[in-house]
Structures are given as C-alpha cells and as structure tokens.
Write a protein that binds this ligand. Sequence first.
Ligand SMILES: C[S@@+](CC[C@H](N)C(=O)[O-])C[C@H]1O[C@@H](n2cnc3c(N)ncnc32)[C@H](O)[C@@H]1O
Length: 313
Amino acid sequence: MKKIYPKHIPVLLTESIAALNIKKDGIYFDCTFGTGGHSTQILKKIGKYGKLYAIDRDPEAITNAQKINNSRFEIIHGLFSNIENIAKNKNIVGKINGILLDLGMSDIQLKNPQRGFSFIENGPLDMRMNQNIGISAANWLKKTTKNEIYLILKKFGEEKFAKKIAQAIYNKNKKNPIHYTKELVEIIKSIIPIRNKFKHPATRTFQAIRIYLNQEIEELKKILVHSLKILTTGGRLSIISFHSLEDRIIKKFIKHNSAPLYIPKNLPITENKLHELHTIQLCNIARIFPTQKEIINNKKARSAILRVAEKIK
Ligand SMILES: C[S@@+](CC[C@H](N)C(=O)[O-])C[C@H]1O[C@@H](n2cnc3c(N)ncnc32)[C@H](O)[C@@H]1O
C-alpha cells in the first residue's frame, strides 16, 4: 500500500508574509515554493495586477505547482541563484517588491525515505533536492577521500566526531559500500554516544552531506547578492533559515549592506572614493523567532529565524 507522508507545515508563515509588506500590484518571488504554503498566502494578498513568480529545484514541487491555475502565478524550475537571469528575461530587474526564501527542505522531501534525507526511516542514500542532477550521497561517499568527508562534516555539520565518522564511513565503503540511510545511521550511532534525546546523533552528519551535495551555502550567498540588484527601492527580503551556518551568512550580509564602511580616520581616502567602495543599500528591519506555541505545534520551528531587510537605494 502506498504510504501517505505528512503535509508540510510552513514555519513563521504569518510573520514572513507580513514582513513582505505586500502591495496589491507588486511583483513577488517565492524562491522556495516547496508545497506552496507561502505562495498561497502571497497570492491571496496581491490583486489583479500583482504577480508572483515561484522557483523550486525539485521536480516534485514543480509538478504540484503546475496544478495552480492562476494567471498571476508562474512557476519556474531551477535554482534560485539564477534569479537575476530570470528577472532579466522577464524584464523586471529593479521592479521586484519582495523576495521570500524559506530555506532547507520541505517535509515532503524530508519524510519520504526514497529521497534519502531521513535518518528515521530507511531508504536509498540519495539526498539530492533534484534527483536528475549530480550524484547521490552514497556515490559521493564511495568516490571521495576520507579527508574530504571529514572536512565536509566539520564545515557544514560542525560535527565534533567528524574524524571518527569519516574514518568509519571510509572503512565500511572499502569493505561493502553503503547504499542505505540506515547503514549510515548505524555507523554514526556506533561512534556518537546518545546523550541528547532531542537530537538524533545522525543530525549533523546528514545536514552536512545534504548541504554539501546541494551546494546550499553557495546558493544562499549568490541569491543574496543578486537580490540587491533586482529589488526595487522599498522592496523587501524575507528570509527564514534553520541553522546557524545560514543565519550567520544572512546576518553578515544585511549588516554589511546596511552599515557604513569603517575607514580609519588617518587613511588618505576621499568622500567619492568611499562612496564607490561601499554604498548602504539595505535597512535592517527585523529578526523574528517562532513563538513557543508554534514550536509546540511544529517541532522543526525550534531552530528557525526570520530576518527581514528593505532595499533603500
Ligand atoms: C522549506 S521548503 C519550502 C516550503 C514552502 N515555503 C512551503 O510553504 O511549502 C524549501 C524548498 O526550497 C527548495 N530549494 C532549496 N534550495 C533551493 C535552490 N537553491 N533553488 C531552488 N529551490 C530550492 C527545496 O527543493 C524545497 O522544496
């Protein structure tokens, strides 16, 4: 019998939509369509002359989005790092009123064992958000070096046991290659003592491999830079992230673009040159956390942070 997976419950939905400050005839981008929770709310708020473009890299999300029959809505299959080209093709550079990012994975991706993101249920160790592109986690672990595995677990998972886990993965793959999520989970469990009943020992390793394979950090850095070029004055950025690696990047980006550049007093530099070097383009609007009530109803909200900024120039 076909198993039914739980629906995706969007995190910080009301807050992230309110943060967009939606104008009836505005142009908006939902860069992480997923199951359309945020897109649906944006569509409710824009009027007859408003427009919503949504992006997702996952073909399954695209199939679902294509069911939306609304002339104010367009779904685009691809990476959100491509947003500047998309805006150029549509002739809307500098006209966009809001960009929403709800980073990470949807519950549909996470809870379907066939996608390989789940450390709870067994399935093929894949972890690609688009299974038609790139290589699966199992193939990557098979072909890469022990040191590379260690570096990825350290960098993207901040995993304390990175060295031991990398060694164990390497040893296992040499004898009998890992194909399933459960095999990887067993390796990790044999190394990490279970101390925290709220955090599965495989959390950090799975997070690291997923971030690396899907190039999530590069994607985020690129879209932040592109968004500055395509937003209109007064346009909003509303970004939900789920771990400190991402939040640090967003925080730094907003801070860098909203603060004057610090130049030591005695440096021989003219006002004009200073202007060339750095212009303030953003206003930092808010940092919002989920309420206790939301966290109780939706466990994954625990680690979410919403950051909001407005383009001012
Ligand atoms: C947390 S879910 C979004 C859920 C959505 N807000 C909702 O309410 O259903 C993140 C989605 O973004 C997509 N995604 C992640 N990184 C992406 C990227 N670089 N380019 C395009 N889509 C991406 C994933 O495939 C996933 O469907």
